[in-house]
Each structure stands twice: as C-alpha cells, then as structure tokens.
Write a protein that binds this ligand. Sequence first.
Ligand SMILES: Cc1cc2nc3c(=O)[nH]c(=O)nc-3n(C[C@H](O)[C@H](O)[C@H](O)COP(=O)(O)OP(=O)(O)OC[C@H]3O[C@@H](n4cnc5c(N)ncnc54)[C@H](O)[C@@H]3O)c2cc1C
Length: 364
Amino acid sequence: MKVNIVGAGFAGLAAAEALSSVGIAVEVFEARSRIGGRVWSQSLPTGVVIERGAEFILDDYDTTRELARRLGTPLAPTGMAYGDREPRGGPAVERAELLKVSDLVTELAHAHAADPGMALGDLLDATPMSPGARAALEARLSISAAHEAVELAGHLAAHTSSTFSESQSARIGGGNSRLAEALAQRLPSPVRTRHSVGRVEWAGRSATVKGQGFEAPADATIISVPATVLEDIVFEPALPPSKLLANRSVDYGHAAKLSVPLEREAEPSAVMSVPDRFWCWTARGEGGAVQPVVSSFAGSATALQALGVRDGTGSWLGRLAELRPDLALSSEEAVGTLWDNDPWSRAAYPASSWRVTRATTSGW
Ligand SMILES: Cc1cc2nc3c(=O)[nH]c(=O)nc-3n(C[C@H](O)[C@H](O)[C@H](O)COP(=O)(O)OP(=O)(O)OC[C@H]3O[C@@H](n4cnc5c(N)ncnc54)[C@H](O)[C@@H]3O)c2cc1C
C-alpha cells in the first residue's frame, strides 16, 4: 500500500510518520522550498532564532510535548507566560481585577458552552467589570483568535484557559522547525519540496496526484493543506458538495508577526497594546539566556489594517517603540511576516470554531 500526502506542515508530516511507522509507503509533496508550513523558524545573522509562524507550546499541548520527547527535540522554557501580558494604552486596570474577571468570564463561558448563539460580546456585557478590564479582555481575546472577539461565540473564553495562565510557555530549543525536521528524518525518503500539487485524480482504490512535471499514483491521498487553498487543487471527479461546503465554512483569522533585534539584552517580558491589538515579548532561548530580540504578534483584520502592515513594517515599528521605550530596537533589521500574503496559507489559522451560530426564523 502507498499513500500520497499533500503538504509538509505538522499535520502532513505527522500523518506520514505515523503511516510509515506501520510499514505503509508514503510520498510527501510540499509546494514550498522548505518543510514545516506555518511553523517557520529562522536564524538571524546574530544567530538568534525567531519564529515567523507558530511559537508557543502551552501546558496542555500533550501531543506536541510527547512528540518532542519521543523525537529528542527538547523544549526550551521561555521565562515568560503567553497567557500573562501586561495591558498598556487602554483605560487603567489593576492586575488583580483582570485575573478575577478572567476567572468570572471563563466560568460564564463554561456555563454557556452548549449555547453556540451566545456571543462573547454578550458574555462580556453580562460580567460586571471596569472599562479597563473590559478593554484588556477584549483586546486579549481578539489578538489570540486573530478575529474581533465580540463577534465570536462565548465559549471561546472557555477554550482559552491558557490565555490567562501565569504558567511559563515553551518552544522547541533552537527553533520549532526542528520538530518538523525530526519528523521528516524518520521518513524513508525525503519530502518532495517545490512540488505543488495541482490535481488529484481519484477513483475506487486509487488517487494520483499531479503537478508541473510530476505524477504520482497511490492507493490513497491525504490532503493536509489549509482550507484557504484547498480549492486551488483540481479534484477529478470533483469533491462532493458536502466536503466543499464544510471546507468553505472554515473561516480564517488574520495575523502578522514582527521580530526586531535588540541592541541591549532585556529580561523576559510580555506586554500588550490594548488599542493597537498587538502584543510583544522578550524570552529565553535554548541554553536559558534571554535572546536579544523582541517578537510581536498582531491579530484580527482590523488590527492589521490599523497597523498598516500591507504597506510595510514602519507604522508597527513606531507603535512598538512607543509601547516599549525600555527596549533598544535595531529597527533596520526588523523581520515582518504577513500570513495573508503567504500564497500557501493566505491567512493565519481558523477562527470559525468560535463563530456564533444564531438560529433565525427565516431559515437563512
Ligand atoms: C502567526 C501564527 C502564529 C501561530 N502561533 C501558534 C502558537 O503559538 N502555537 C500553536 O500551537 N500554533 C500556532 N499557530 C498555528 C499553527 O501554525 C498551525 O495550526 C499549524 O502549523 C498548522 O499545521 P498544518 O500542517 O495543518 O498546516 P500548514 O502548516 O499550513 O501546512 C500545510 C502545508 O501544505 C503546503 N501546501 C499548500 N498547498 C499545497 C499544494 N497545492 N501542494 C503541495 N503543498 C501544498 C503548504 O506549503 C504547507 O507547508 C500559529 C499560526 C500562525 C500563522
């Protein structure tokens, strides 16, 4: 038996490794010149490793943690907590209130977990809190969902307990891409990078993938590309309407990252701009030393527009400098990554699992 796998992100590589470990032949096709997909570590000229895509491994990431242990790619503690960001720039709020209100909102979210029609905005309105706490919570959830949080379902808050955790976050030492490389090394043959699949011909017990200058028959094909680009692939026969509908109902959030080397070292930190919907952090790397770089993540289409990310990093750099006057930014060496511009994902990650589903009488 042979299985083709389209996409060498973590999903495709994990599938390939699992199949290969039970003796099934696999061939992995990847459009980019590198593996890892939305996990993309890059070494700066200074040797500092930045993450241009996925960065944090949280406490409840059991699968990733177990995989890292099994493949011998140890986690490096960051010395900061993804879930504990100091809010700045909004109405004043005490940390104690923020923590208390976060607990209240999480409790309410659990109580309404079965009500997909309850919007997070309604839930926040139903929780007594100061304007500062409200602004900080809304910014916090919008950034992480990469979507305006008030429009999402209330249960988003229940699924983000790590969002308000003080627990120290981790990354793979030396870069998260090491995990992708370790998975790929366990495959019997190299991933076929620069192989963009344009067509899948499937019938009965066969599924052949085709692209420019290549064709690979197999007994089955696993497609692990983001929902945003699935329909760039021609399926023959066409995918059933139910699958197309399911794919089209996946709504993606929008996010960008900015890494700026530092002239002087800094302590681990996590600070959020409430009005500008981005946060930034300094963190320990492999070996425990704080890396001389500040990384930043902006989430939601509104935030990206306000920061002018389509026109370059200038405006965001200015806001970052205002937010963190304590850091000595080497702005000319900044590295920006706008995932909307990435041809193989065209967005960040799905926000649709948090969509509000309201029943209507018209049937629409
Ligand atoms: C900015 C950002 C920050 C994030 N932060 C975190 C985080 O801190 N923690 C966390 O756990 N997750 C985070 N995520 C989410 C995480 O990156 C994704 O959930 C995960 O990487 C998705 O893996 P995947 O294999 O499903 O998809 P992808 O990584 O997108 O892999 C799909 C692969 O398919 C390839 N492909 C597409 N079309 C074709 C084609 N036609 N032919 C061949 N190959 C094709 C693509 O090039 C890609 O390599 C973040 C994501 C982003 C964008």
